[in-house]
Design a protein around this ligand. Structure first.
Ligand code: ATP
Ligand code: MG
Length: 413
């Protein structure tokens, strides 16, 4: 089968009529970016749909594979083209039906006729093509209400377009059409999925990661780099801020009662993240938290953690089940990286019995015993910013520059 083009439908995007032009420009640019390196097509953007004209079918499978991942695409269909001639259209339908010979199916013909000059009307065309199929294919029966497949026929000035498949895209909006959020990226399964969920909604995501060398390894940091590179595939470039959290975290462990260290650690992470967010012009902070998964993810805990910031804290996975999160991690290819064993700072410092229902006044009074402002300043000064693109290139900093703090903290472990 030789496809002549792919029709791309926008779905949700069409609701945004005010910004539509800007959205379409972004979407076209993003599709171009994602198809970079593949040849044999050109893109035509229209108000209600986009056409990818195929000069050859050489790369069609790869093109479709990539399109499935581009935010802002609701669905798409590879299309066969016939001449403006019913006999030629019948031949193309025959071609299409070669994949439907294996068992009994129900079908219907759905004709549209934007080309009003064509000699037959919609109903006539439905009849012509419907009877052609019924006469020639004994395994196919008509079912108008719930057919197994629909043969879509569009009569246009360029020819008759014929297709059956609607391939689902990720939906949402084109990337980077909304403002920026700063996402707390850990090496776990959830936060990369949360980043993806925001990207699909058009939010530009910057990452912040807290590491505690030498407790956390270079491999754990490499994992964060790899996740960021993976997440940059669809969007182009992603900034990653790496915070050296060792000193602050070890002070928390020394000063705060052990059942509250987890809560306090999260509060300090958020305080640091807030500063970085302001500096970078991010309007929100985001996490991979999901309700009730672990001690730190109860409403009581979120209530205590949120208190330190005025920025909205977005939790795209809040109500999702772990199995569904894992499924998405698989789809976006982050699962394998997340499953690597290197631990991040939270896992290493996890207290034996973290409070599942921490109380705000308690944590506030524990933290009020000491002045942390200098430690916070020092930690902020440790932030290193990297810029990754899909080729994994570190544009702003060399990974090998990353020094490991060589102090002995073994008494804390
Ligand atoms: P994840 O799979 O994303 O690690 P999790 O279910 O393991 O999530 P936690 O470890 O409690 O949950 O972390 C909750 C959230 O806190 C993470 O989703 C992430 O957004 C943030 N977070 C945890 N540790 C770090 C870290 N070292 N650096 C940055 N963010 C972190
Ligand atoms: Mg985790």
């Amino acid at each position: 089968m030789e496809y002549s083009h792919i029709i791309i439908r926008y779905g949700e995007l069409t609701l945004k009529s005010g910004n539509r032009n800007e959205f379409l420009k972004k979407l076209t640019k993003n599709i171009r970016y994602n198809l970079k390196g593949l040849e044999g097509f050109h893109i035509q953007t229209k108000r209600d749909r986009m056409y990818i004209h195929l000069d050859s079918n050489k790369n069609v499978e790869q093109i479709m594979f990539k399109l499935k991942k581009v935010p802002g695409i609701h669905n798409f269909s590879p299309v066969l083209r016939a001449k403006l001639d019913v006999e030629d259209a019948k031949k193309v339908i025959d071609n299409l039906l070669q994949t439907k010979l294996d068992k009994e199916y129900t079908f219907k013909i759905q004709t549209k006729r934007p080309n009003k000059n064509f000699e037959f009307h919609t109903n006539e065309l439905n009849n012509i093509f419907g009877s052609h199929v019924l006469i020639n294919y004994k395994n196919l029966k008509v079912n108008v209400k719930q057919p197994d497949f629909v043969i879509n026929v569009e009569v246009r000035s360029e020819g008759i377009f014929i297709f059956t498949d609607f391939i689902k895209g990720v939906g949402g909006f084109p990337v980077n059409t909304s403002s920026k959020a700063l996402l707390l990226l850990s090496g776990g399964i959830d936060s990369p999925v949360a980043a993806h969920a925001l990207q699909v909604k058009g939010v530009e995501v910057e990452m912040i990661h807290f590491q505690s060398p030498p407790f956390t390894s270079q491999e754990a940091l490499q994992k964060i780099f790899d996740l960021t590179i993976k997440l940059s595939e669809v969007v182009g470039k992603i900034k990653l801020h790496v915070v050296n959290f060792t000193k602050l975290q070890t002070e928390i462990v020394k000063r705060i009662p052990s059942n509250y260290t987890m809560t306090s650690t999260r509060r300090f992470m958020l305080r640091i993240a807030e500063e970085v967010a302001y500096k970078e012009g991010c309007l929100a902070i985001a996490t991979g938290e999901s309700l009730g998964q672990v001690a730190s993810q109860t409403l009581e805990s979120m209530n205590c953690i949120n208190e330190v910031t005025n920025l909205p804290v977005l939790r795209p996975l809040l109500t999702m089940d772990k199995v569904d999160i894992i499924k998405i991690a698989q789809d976006i290819d982050t699962l394998e990286i997340s499953n690597l064993p290197f631990e991040d700072c939270c896992t290493i410092f996890t207290p034996k019995a973290p409070k599942t229902r921490p109380r705000l006044e308690k944590i506030k009074s524990y933290e009020a015993r000491d002045d942390y402002s200098e430690l916070i300043e020092e930690t902020l000064a440790s932030v290193k910013t990297y810029l990754f693109d899909k080729d994994g290139q570190v544009i702003s900093k060399d990974i090998s520059e990353d020094k490991v703090v060589k102090e002995d903290f073994s008494d804390l472990l």
